[in-house]
Design a protein around this ligand. Structure first.
Ligand code: ZN
Length: 321
């Protein structure tokens, strides 16, 4: 078996076998998840080659169905209002970075990599921000919100080097391997004094331990590497970043990761990708049930994050000079 892709240790073993795609059912294939006993990271035992990864993503992954004519999202207003509300941790954390940049006289310009439906860009409210995503449905959805969006990813980026004061990527880096060239590409896109905010699931969280192979943070087969908060920080440092701040409280992701682990078929993007309706009584019942599960998980997910074992970790870092 190949060594740990995070720390290079050979103390690796198969932790779980026979894991399927629980949330999107894109494949009937089963996968093994390996664990590194030195650093605690987990990873797909056989990481598929890059050109094969596309088939594990539904067409409108993280964008949801959009109206054919307007590309506006067909999802109900309730879900949209909920999304805006729960993005507050992302907006606060990134808003603080931008506020400090403005105080230093930096010209603020944001790129959100893996931008999905663009709800973060809209909530952040930076009009000249750009979204980038591999999915065309996401690109259209972001443009329908009034933002510039390009199709691409960091390793194949159509944007000019040195263009951005902040590059954000939420729940993106666990989908890529090897991560080194991706982090280098992010650095190249930064203007002088530019900074990054990255977020990944935390494999050392209490909910990961409690839920084991059912934990949605492993999201087999789309998550190739499952970092812990500690190994994620070390990975950034190894690739020339200085970590400035970290946050594990995340209202959007931590309770929903718990809820999705318990009821993967109720997770709205998953339900829609499986052909579920976006509107109507059935959709409302499903969304409200999922919301109730999410709200029920909030006290526990707040507590685990307060103890440094949150379900996700958001890191503010800058290239080391
Ligand atoms: Zn390791």
């Amino acid at each position: 078996m190949s060594p740990c892709p995070v720390c290079n240790s050979t103390a690796v073993r198969i932790r779980w076998t026979g894991l399927g795609d629980r949330s999107f059912a894109t494949t009937a294939e089963l996968f093994d998840l390996a664990q590194c006993d030195d650093c605690g990271s987990r990873f797909l035992a056989d990481i598929p080659p890059l050109e094969e990864l596309g088939r594990y993503y539904p067409d409108d992954y993280w964008a949801g169905p959009t109206d054919q004519a307007t590309h506006k999202q067909a999802q109900g207003g309730l879900l949209e209002a909920y999304r805006r509300f729960v993005l507050r941790d992302h907006v606060r954390f990134c808003g603080n970075v931008l506020k400090a940049q403005r105080a230093r006289g930096v010209a603020v310009r944001v790129l959100d990599v893996g931008c999905g439906d663009g709800s973060f860009l809209e909530a952040l409210g930076e009009k000249n921000a750009i979204g980038m995503d591999l999915g065309m449905a996401a690109v259209w959805a972001v443009r329908a919100r009034g933002f510039r969006a390009v199709r691409g990813t960091l390793s194949d980026c159509p944007l000019a080097d040195g263009s951005f004061s902040m590059v954000t990527a939420f729940h993106f880096l666990e989908h890529v391997h090897p991560v080194g060239p991706i982090l280098e590409a992010a650095k190249r896109l930064l203007a002088k004094d530019g900074e990054v905010v990255f977020q990944v699931p935390n494999a050392a969280s209490w909910q990961a331990k409690l839920l084991g192979r059912r934990w949605h943070g492993f999201d087999v087969p789309r998550h190739l590497i499952d970092y812990t908060a500690a190994t994620f920080r070390r990975t950034l440092e190894k690739h020339g970043f200085q970590v400035v701040a970290e946050n594990q409280q995340c209202l959007r992701d931590n309770p929903t990761t718990f809820a999705t682990s318990v009821a993967p078929r109720l997770f709205p993007p998953s339900r829609l990708a499986r052909g579920g309706k976006a509107e109507g009584l059935g959709a409302t019942v499903a969304n409200l049930t999922y919301l109730a599960l999410t709200v029920a998980a909030m006290p526990f997910t707040w507590f685990e994050a307060a103890c440094g074992r949150g379900a996700s970790v958001m890191v503010h870092a800058r290239p080391r000079r």
